[in-house]
Ligand binder design. Structure first.
Ligand code: AMP
Ligand code: GLY
Length: 451
């Protein structure tokens, strides 16, 4: 089969590498890719937001399956457009992509479906947001509050503030930082706890969990400095207990997928929960899951750490997702009326997706000055040497190739050095041994990933 992957980062490189391991894939294309991706796929110079050009390309090149990496094409309705031309594509339709594209939509959806989340309020203007704080909606002037731009803002739309003065300053800054994404502002109670990311393959009400992950968003060690797209991620069995996973399934995942079905949203792709594990109320033991946000696609760099552990053929998983009805998945057509999945649909649980070993780690190597204006064009040394270490794979996030075959830096996050092993200590040790073999001018990375 011919497969098209949409995107150009480390996440898309990991997705390409995973598809390239399948014997069912004949031709692999990536729009628009990078120099690492070009080693396993044909890179096509079409931007991920050019839905028209992507549709024409898929039709002309007999693409049998398209996999979307990032949120922008999903929010623009690429799934609806491809399906209207009879093209098979993995991802939520435009309506379901609102779960990520609009924070107020997502919070209202959580409230309607009684999903545990931080108390919130949506303000339609800067003035209304400031008034709400001054009325004491989120406590007194010393209470922390989270300020969020409603729309997609490439990671710049959320500010966790310590008090009302900082929150008002964040609201004032929001339109400069997030532009039209900040026409509505969501204010939220600040939750204290441990953050976890939980991703799953999901189609209708059927889902299969991936290994829980934890990422590191700040540029500096000890979680200091500005936020980035993510400086590293790990997967490990110690991140969530089985009991916590069952609670997340019951209180968050099932109500979410049922809510999508009931509200006529077609969700067939990757659902990514950003969770905060908070202390249970007095008298109860343990931690309780609260949902911070939905993403409707794979995370970057979580994907690199997750997919390096996948043993099941990725095409089989995609086919199980596609065997769910296309268009709106309603209660009626998702089962046979007796609560059993339709006979034509392969359930994700029947597929029994296999994950290797116990743990993995991805350490991001970033360019000088990232996350501000990154320096580009620096020659990268040692990639092949690093990749020869057992259990290590190097995913390219932003690289180019010179005429003499060397890689150079071409963006903020440059490489994701990823390793899998029997436990987290060994995975981290392999990843950092590989990192030590790579160098480029101004290279930045965190030494404390997974700690
Ligand atoms: P989001 O894009 O909604 O995931 O927010 C980005 C980051 O802001 C999250 O990963 C959290 O670290 C933080 N955050 C978001 N909402 C809250 C909240 N209600 N309480 C505390 N931290 C939050
Ligand atoms: N690493 C966070 C994200 O992809 O949203």
């Amino acid at each position: 089969m011919n497969v098209l992957i949409i995107g150009s980062g480390g996440r898309e490189h990991a997705i390409c590498r995973t598809f390239s391991k399948s014997s069912k894939v004949d031709r692999l294309y990536c729009a628009d890719g990078n120099a690492g991706i070009a080693q396993s796929a044909v890179c096509v110079p079409i931007r991920p937001d050019d839905i028209d050009a992507l549709t024409k390309f898929a039709l002309a090149n007999e693409i049998d399956l398209t996999f979307v990496g990032g949120e922008t094409p999903l929010a623009l309705g690429i799934v609806d457009e491809f399906e209207s031309h009879g093209l098979k594509i993995i991802g939520p339709n435009r309506a379901a992509a609102q779960l990520e594209a609009s924070k107020s939509f997502a919070k209202d959806f959580m409230a309607r479906n009684r999903i545990p989340t931080a108390r919130y309020l949506t303000a339609n203007s800067v003035g209304a947001a400031v008034n709400a704080l001054e009325r004491g909606e989120f406590g007194d002037k010393n209470s922390p509050v989270v300020v969020k731009a409603d729309g997609l803002a490439a990671g710049k739309g959320v500010v966790v503030t310590k008090n009302r003065t900082d929150a008002i300053a964040a609201i004032d800054d929001m339109s400069a930082l997030a532009g039209s994404a900040s026409e509505k502002i969501v204010l939220e109670e600040c939750l204290i706890g441990k953050e976890v990311s939980l991703l799953m393959f999901a189609g209708g009400e059927d889902f299969a969990l991936m290994p829980p992950t934890r990422d590191h968003k700040r540029i500096g060690e000890g979680d200091t400095g500005p936020n980035t797209g993510g400086m590293g991620a790990v997967t490990s069995t110690s991140i969530l207990t089985d009991e916590q996973l069952r609670e997340i399934e019951d209180t968050i995942i099932r109500p979410t997928l049922r809510g999508c079905v009931n509200e006529g949203m077609s969700f067939r792709g990757i659902l990514f929960l950003g969770l905060m594990m908070v202390a249970a109320p007095a008298g109860d033991r343990g931690l309780r899951p609260m949902l911070l946000e939905y993403n409707v696609r794979f995370g970057d760099p979580e994907t690199q750490a997750i997919l390096i552990r996948l043993e099941t053929d990725f095409v089989d998983i995609c086919e199980a997702l596609l065997s769910r009805e296309s268009g709106d998945i309603t209660c009626e057509n998702a089962d046979d009326g007796l609560g059993n999945p339709r006979s034509s649909a392969v359930s994700l649980s029947d597929l029994n997706i296999k994950w290797s070993h116990e743990s993995s780690a991805c350490v991001v190597l970033a360019a000088k000055n990232y996350p501000r204006k990154p320096q580009t064009g620096d020659r990268i040394n040692g990639v092949e040497n690093a990749a020869s270490i057992k259990g290590v794979e190097i995913f390219h996030a932003a690289t180019e190739r010179t005429e003499d075959g060397d890689f150079t830096t071409a963006g903020g996050r440059v490489l994701g050095v990823t390793a899998v092993a029997a436990n987290l200590t060994d995975a981290l040790s392999a990843a950092y041994r590989a990192v030590d073999k790579i160098s480029f001018s101004g290279m930045q990375y965190r030494r404390d990933i997974g700690l």
